[in-house]
Ligand binder design. Structure first.
Ligand code: ZN
Length: 524
């Protein structure tokens, strides 16, 4: 059984075998699950004149249509768009299958009926949570929950959690992938885990109390809140010597931030802490971790699960897959999902080191890995900085500039209109918390120089704040997810630009900030 080979040896297979087995599994998945039972894709494939048998090698995946965030959003004529992506089995089709007949003979009809229920009946859901639109529900069946548990178990394994570890999960308690994947990861691994619900549920003080009393080895949360909490704990003289790992989800993680978190851990008395990032999104129903690496060496990237999905890296201009190790946009196709299923989902996330297959230099696992920095299209914004024309500014880069600056702790980038006048030019305001003895004028000068060097723009103002003021600005304790990039420009500027056109037409990829609109903060 080759499918079992991909599942059982998910971390031991070379590129050629992975790609061959993935193509076989994709063909089988399209034939038996997606095309018979997904009304949306059946119609899409019919229009393109393709079917499951069109897949011979993994390169043939490129014949399938893309699915974008916009495809899942409700419109005036389609008020339940996400429902179209739910796999709904036709009982008669299932009943006629030889495999069904055989199983019914061997195990009884009731048992087969129960198995189908567990495979296809939605029983659980999470939501996407962009502020641009209504959250999109993603439905899970028992079969999907089992895959979520598998993903969670592997995450614990790759992060090298041990049975006697104590995990403190400070992710926001919400119907989001990150929280529930962590929940299942902890319970399936059989480790002691406490989920606090994050800053909004227990507040900073409540979470610090848990650090004092529960004494976690591993802290799991969103970077902004983890930073805030550890900073506050250090200020209060809290000790947490047995901390050995910090696992981050929901935001990009720069090397500068990793170093700052390790420095804070040192203040808490923990000298050898691994800071591990994870990457995942609602549409994939899974997330992928980094493995621990020596502190002086770069991360070896996100370790993917080849039996649960195919990750492609494409050139957003040509829409073609790029060679191994080349940068591009991430596109995901599940290989074993039920419930809500989206094929070739365009994430709008860009990886600069691409997809690689050689054995991991740190843990030795042989599986597909995503290496390098991930940038998000939602963080590229159009700015009117002069009277002539709009300029695209990549705020992904600003994250790195600010995280790498030694003198500042937490920060926030605010976009405004001069004097709040909608007809005026845009301005960029940096809110920063000083954490060193260096004087403010000196820090401002250095930040301005680095902004010009990396972004070719400079902030209009740099404002210094106390930790408490930053906490208030970022919404710690009041928002589910703290805010690092806020767009306070009036929305009127970007209405008239269709979000729908964004990811379908490749030419518009060059102007993502415009299409995403102002006031959107991506939350995963
Ligand atoms: Zn590794």
């Amino acid at each position: 059984m080759r499918r079992n080979l991909l599942r059982e040896r998910w971390q031991q297979l070379p590129e050629r075998v992975v790609r061959q087995l993935q193509a076989e599994q994709l063909r089988r998945y399209l034939r038996t699950v997606v095309l018979p039972f997904s009304a949306y894709y059946r119609e899409q494939f019919r229009q393109l004149g393709i079917d499951g048998d069109s897949i011979h090698t993994l390169d043939d995946l490129q014949r399938l249509p893309f699915t974008t965030k916009a495809d899942l959003l409700n419109t005036a004529t389609h008020s339940q768009k996400a429902r179209e992506f739910v796999v709904i089995p036709d009982e008669q089709v299932l009943a006629r299958r030889p495999s069904t007949v055989l199983r019914a003979l061997l195990r009884g009809r009731d048992r087969v009926k129960k198995d189908f229920e567990s495979e296809f009946r939605p029983i659980f859901l999470t939501f996407t949570t962009g502020r641009s639109a209504e959250p999109t529900p993603f439905l899970y069946t028992q079969h999907d929950l089992e895959n979520l548990i598998t993903a969670g178990r592997r995450m614990v394994e790759v992060c090298t959690t041990r049975a006697d570890d104590r995990l403190l999960n400070i992710l926001p308690f919400a119907p989001h992938l990150a929280f529930w994947l962590t929940h299942y990861a902890g319970t399936t691994a059989g480790v002691m885990m406490l989920s606090s619900g994050g800053g909004k549920v227990m507040g900073t003080e409540g979470n610090i109390r848990l650090i004092r009393n529960f004494k976690p080895n591993v802290l799991i949360g969103i970077p902004t809140f983890v930073y805030h909490l550890m900073h506050q704990a250090a200020e209060e003289g809290v000790h947490c010597e047995n901390l050995k790992g910090i696992v981050l989800a929901g935001e990009k993680v720069s090397d500068g931030l990793r170093q700052k978190l390790r420095d804070l851990a040192l203040e808490l008395g923990a000298s050898d802490v691994h800071v591990l990032a994870t990457y995942g999104f609602t549409e994939a129903k899974q997330a992928w971790p980094e493995c621990p690496s020596p502190h002086d060496q770069p991360s070896s990237g996100y370790h993917l699960y080849p039996d649960l999905g195919v990750m492609e890296v494409i050139d957003p201009q040509t829409n073609r897959a790029v060679p191994t190790g080349e940068p591009g946009e991430l596109v995901f196709t599940p290989l074993d999902a039920r419930g809500t299923v989206v094929l070739r989902y365009r994430t709008g996330d860009y990886i600069d080191g691409g997809l690689v297959y050689e054995p991991c230099p740190h843990c030795g696992r042989s599986l597909p890995r995503l290496v390098g920095n991930i940038s998000r299209r939602s963080e590229v914004r159009e700015m009117n900085l002069d009277k002539i024309k709009g300029t695209l500014v990549d705020f992904n880069e600003l994250d790195r500039v600010l995280d790498d600056a030694k003198d500042i702790g937490s920060w926030q980038v605010e976009l405004r209109k001069i004097n709040d006048d909608p007809l005026e030019l845009d301005e960029v305001i940096l809110h920063v918390q000083k954490i060193s003895g260096t004087d403010e004028a000196q820090i401002s000068r250095e930040l301005r120089n680095r902004c010009i060097a990396h972004l070719e723009i400079q902030p209009n103002q740099i404002l210094f704040h106390t930790a408490e003021e930053m906490q208030h600005l970022q919404g710690v304790g009041t928002l589910l997810k703290e805010q690092k990039l806020v767009d306070h420009r009036p929305l009127a500027k970007t209405t008239g630009t269709s979000t729908t056109g964004l990811a379908i037409a490749p030419k518009k990829e060059a102007q993502p900030g415009k299409a995403e609109g102002a006031g959107i903060t991506e939350v995963r």
